[in-house]
Every structure is written in structure tokens, then in C-alpha cells.
Design a protein around this ligand. Structure first.
Ligand code: S3P
Length: 196
């Protein structure tokens, strides 16, 4: 079998084994959730949504504006509601904001309605990526590197509850997408075997 037909077969099997569940990408700011999520969705022929974009649409404001005008807690409440809605509508690939998975309620929603993939990146790569944009309220401080280190310490143990972990490295995005597909295929196969 050629690599392409093997990969196509993998994709058909994955979509059927998802059985109506979504794929939910979690991980820190700069891990590549949106970029990888969009490409993964295209490969799996599933719709894609980005939770931050949907929160912005619902609020009619950007994420920095929401933080500035209403505070973080208000943003978190909106984030929880939007993710609940997006995962109840239809199966899709969903990229979440870095803090979303820290909510116990959201973790439960994701576990009920999806398969979670943690895109794990190291500190240097995260910083390299987030430095390119200034749209992250949590990093608008004198020492964004210290904040990032704190977030890694605080969040990585919680992200560890995800179904799957894929390392997000500084390589072409398609390689990470392939790693997601292969790891997902293994995970679903194991689930299927465990159920049988
Ligand atoms: C946040 C991450 C951001 C956005 C908000 C808060 C966080 O999303 O939701 O700025 O708490 O880590 P990205 O992870 O997509 O940058």
C-alpha cells in the first residue's frame, strides 16, 4: 500500500472511530493549537473552530478588550460557555485557548464530548512564537518569560490529564499534523480493543 492510501485509510478509520466526538487541542500559548488544528481539520474533513475567535464573535470584542474591560474571570466564564456550546453542536476540531483546560468543568465537557490532544512545546519554542504577536493579555508584563515559566509549572500537570500528548517541535507544521493523526489512530485503536 502506498503512503498516501495508508494515510487515507487511517483517516477514514479515525473519523468512524471518533463516533461523533470532537478533537480538542489544548496546550500553552504558542503551542500551535490554531495552526495545527486548522490543518488537522482539513485532513480529517471536519469543520474547524477556534474557541478564542468564537468568544470574540460572541462578545463583539477582542480577547485583549474583554480582559481589559471586564477582567479575566468574565473571559473565563465566556470561554467555558463557548466551549460547551461548540462541543455540543457537531463533531469538529476545536482549538482552545491555553487556560481553558484549567477549568474542571471544561475538562469534564471535553472528556465527555471529545478526544483531547495536548500539544506540548518547550519553553524556548513557546517564547519564540509568542514574541511574534502582542495579543496575549497574560503576557503583557515586564517579564513574560517568568509568566510563561509559571504557566508551564502550573498547567503542565493538568494538561497531563489529556487523552493524547503530541510534541510540538520547531519543524514544518505538517509533520506535527501527521504526528497527531498517527497518535490519534493508535489511541482510538486501543480504545476500540479495550471495549471489545
Ligand atoms: C490564554 C491563552 C490565549 C487566550 C487568552 C488566555 C491563557 O489563547 O485564550 O489570552 O490563559 O493561556 P492561546 O493559547 O490561543 O494564545
Amino acid at each position: 500500500m502506498t503512503e498516501t492510501s495508508k494515510s487515507n485509510q487511517n483517516i477514514t478509520t479515525i473519523v468512524s472511530q471518533l463516533n461523533g466526538r470532537s478533537i480538542v487541542l489544548i496546550g500553552l500559548m504558542g503551542a500551535g493549537k490554531t495552526t495545527i488544528g486548522r490543518r488537522l481539520a482539513k485532513k480529517l474533513k471536519l469543520p474547524f473552530a477556534d474557541a478564542d475567535t468564537e468568544i470574540e464573535k460572541a462578545a463583539g470584542k477582542t480577547v485583549p478588550e474583554i480582559f481589559e474591560e471586564h477582567g479575566e474571570q468574565y473571559f473565563r466564564d465566556g470561554e467555558r460557555r463557548v466551549i460547551e456550546r461548540l462541543l455540543s453542536e457537531q463533531p469538529r476540531v476545536l482549538a482552545t485557548g491555553g487556560g481553558a483546560y484549567m477549568s474542571e468543568e471544561t475538562r469534564k465537557t471535553i472528556a465527555d464530548k471529545g478526544i483531547s490532544i495536548w500539544l506540548k512545546a518547550d519553553f524556548e519554542l513557546l517564547m519564540k512564537r509568542v514574541r511574534k504577536r502582542s495579543n496575549r493579555p497574560l503576557l503583557k508584563t515586564d517579564d513574560p518569560e517568568a509568566v510563561m515559566r509559571e504557566l508551564i509549572a502550573e498547567r503542565y500537570p493538568v494538561y497531563g490529564n489529556s487523552n493524547i500528548m503530541v510534541e510540538s517541535k520547531d519543524v514544518p507544521h505538517d509533520q506535527i499534523v501527521i504526528a497527531c493523526i498517527e497518535t490519534l489512530a493508535d489511541h482510538l485503536r486501543q480504545q476500540e480493543t479495550a471495549r471489545a
